[in-house]
Ligand binder design. Structure first.
Ligand code: CDP
Ligand code: CDP
Length: 207
C-alpha cells in the first residue's frame, strides 16, 4: 500500500473536484487520477459504435488523452454508460491499484469514498449550487473555444446529477465519513486549504 494516504474526492458535476484534487496532489507530491476521464473515454468509444462493456474492458492509457473527452455530449454519454454495472466493474481494478500506489494518491469522481476506496483516510464531498457549477463549467468550456450556451451546460449538469444520484450501482452520495465542502461562495483556494489541512491532520494523527 501507500501507507494508506489515499485522498477520495467526490461530488456532482463541475463542483471543483478536479481543481482541488490536482492542487492537493501537487502540494503533497501525490499522484492524481480524474476517474471521470475513464467513463468519458468509454463514452467516446460508444459514441463511435463500440459496445460499452467492451470499451471499458479494452480501455488503454492513450484513450484518456483524446481531446474530445471534455465535450458536453461526451459527458452526457459518460453518465449513461456509467449506469451499466459491467462497465463500472471493468474499471474498478485500475482505480484501486492507482489508489494504493506508493507515494500517495488523490482520486476524484462520484464513488471513490463509497465504493472504490471505502477505507480512504481522507474523504471529501465537494458541492456547489447547480447554477454556480454550470456558470463555472460554461466559462471553462467557452475559454477553450467550445461553442455552447449557459442554459445547455446547466441542463447537462442537472441531467447528469439526476442520473448519477439515482442509479442502482455506486450512486453519487457522500460517504458517511466524508467532509462536505460547499464551494458555492468559496474561492477555490479556500477549498484547497481545507483539503490540505485535512490531509495534514491525518498525517499528524498517524505520526
Ligand atoms: O472536477 P469537477 O468537474 O468537479 O470541477 P473542476 O473541473 O475542478 O471545476 C470546474 C470549473 O470551475 C473549473 O474551470 C474551475 O476552475 C472552476 N472553479 C471555480 O472557479 N471556483 C471553485 N471554487 C471551483 C471550481
Ligand atoms: O467533470 P465532471 O464532474 O463534469 O464529470 P466527470 O467527473 O468527468 O464525470 C463524467 C460522468 O462520469 C459523470 O457524470 C458520471 O456519470 C460518471 N462517473 C462515475 O459514474 N463515477 C466516477 N467515479 C466518475 C465519473
Amino acid at each position: 500500500t501507500n501507507g494508506g494516504m489515499t485522498v477520495a474526492i467526490d461530488g456532482p458535476a463541475a463542483a471543483g473536484k478536479g481543481t482541488v484534487a490536482k492542487a492537493v496532489a501537487t502540494h503533497f507530491g501525490f499522484a492524481h487520477l480524474d476517474t471521470g476521464l475513464l467513463y468519458r473515454a468509454v463514452a467516446a468509444k460508444t459514441l463511435k459504435g463500440m459496445d460499452p462493456e467492451e470499451a471499458a474492458r479494452t480501455l488503454a492509457p492513450v484513450d484518456l488523452e483524446d481531446p474530445s473527452l471534455r465535450d458536453p455530449d461526451v459527458a452526457q454519454e459518460a453518465s449513461k454508460v456509467a449506469v451499466i454495472p459491467a462497465v463500472r466493474a471493468a474499471l474498478v481494478r485500475f482505480q484501486r491499484s492507482f489508489a494504493t500506489r506508493a507515494g500517495g494518491a488523490v482520486l476524484d469522481g462520484r464513488d471513490i469514498g463509497t465504493v472504490i476506496c471505502p477505507d480512504a483516510p481522507v474523504k471529501l464531498f465537494i458541492t456547489a449550487s447547480p447554477e454556480v457549477r454550470a456558470q463555472r463549467r460554461f466559462a471553462e468550456l467557452s475559454g477553450k473555444g467550445i461553442e455552447i450556451t449557459y442554459e445547455i451546460v446547466l441542463d447537462d449538469v442537472k441531467q447528469r446529477d439526476m442520473r448519477d444520484m439515482s442509479r442502482d450501482q455506486a450512486p453519487l452520495k457522500p460517504a458517511a465519513d466524508a467532509k462536505q465542502i460547499d464551494t458555492t461562495e468559496m474561492a477555490i483556494e479556500d477549498a484547497v486549504a481545507a483539503a490540505v489541512a485535512l490531509v495534514e491532520a491525518k498525517q499528524a494523527e498517524r505520526g
